[in-house]
Write a protein that binds this ligand. Sequence first.
Ligand SMILES: O=C(O)CCC(=O)C(=O)O
Ligand SMILES: [Fe+2]
Length: 328
Amino acid sequence: MSLAEGRIPVLDIAPTLAGEPAAAEALAERVARTCEDTGFLVLSGHGIDPALPAGCFEAAARFFALPEEVKLSLKVGALNIGFLPTGAQVIRTSRVAEVKKPNLNESFYIIRDRGPDHPDILAGKPFVAPNRWPPGLPGFREATLAYFTAMEALALRLLPVVSMALGMPRDYLAGDFRDPACTLRLIRYQPQPEPEEGRFGFAPHIDTNLITFLAQSALPGLEVRTREGEWLRPPAIPGTFVVNTAEMLGRYSNNRFAPTPHRVVNAANEMRYAIPFFFGPDNDAVIRPVPSCVSAENPACYEPLLYEDHRRKLNQANFAHRQAPAEV
Ligand SMILES: O=C(O)CCC(=O)C(=O)O
Ligand SMILES: [Fe+2]
């Protein structure tokens, strides 16, 4: 086994999903060890029909091939729902690197699908609004939502493993994930065959949710920074998912499972596509370090945090169109 494979292990979750005795405990142990190190792992045996990510990648390619004016008519507004053109995201909140140049990607964000008369929308709940579906793309909505639904279900089935990896009872986190804030982001990266200082498909960053699921992209480009400062590529095994820990798991674990910086450079001569699924807590969940990760010697590093407050702050910092002109 190469060093990279050892630090980003491939974990077969089929025994856990089948409910085999002691499988979830054994998986939780391996997850914990990896989360203490790189925070990246690869899932096999997940039971997701390969047609679902394939259909979502295909939908992404069809969307980004639309004329620019059609895509711009779906441009994100106050919330990250819809189209984010190239150049609109600068990771100002990165603690990893000073990032000044915009990412060389364009994105399309989809959240849980709610019609305009959905009770959450009528109630004015924060961070909910109808999705912005592109016209003239038959099957796009169905393919992306089928993928969204399958990934949310998988994430919820793994939540007990995350609780156990934290050293808590299997249902400990369930109360914070009754209506989890999930986002499916379709991404197209421009080719970047010539390296350029400080220019990335996606600049070094950590994810801000709980855990992220990445169906394997057809092209390489994703790199993960170890604590020693080396950049590793996760094993690119077709049909698996790369999973990474994000900021809220860092908070729950009182930094025991600190999220790991990662970046994307698409050095190929063609477009690279990615379809990350971001799984996060309920918007009204209050994230606190869990008791098993706090002690007299290791006091809580974080105050309780309302997840929607966290999202509000990020929403303003990283996206050019939501900033006061003086800050841009
Ligand atoms: O494109 C990828 O492989 C990773 C994308 C990513 O890190 C993100 O969207 O947060
Ligand atoms: Fe990321």
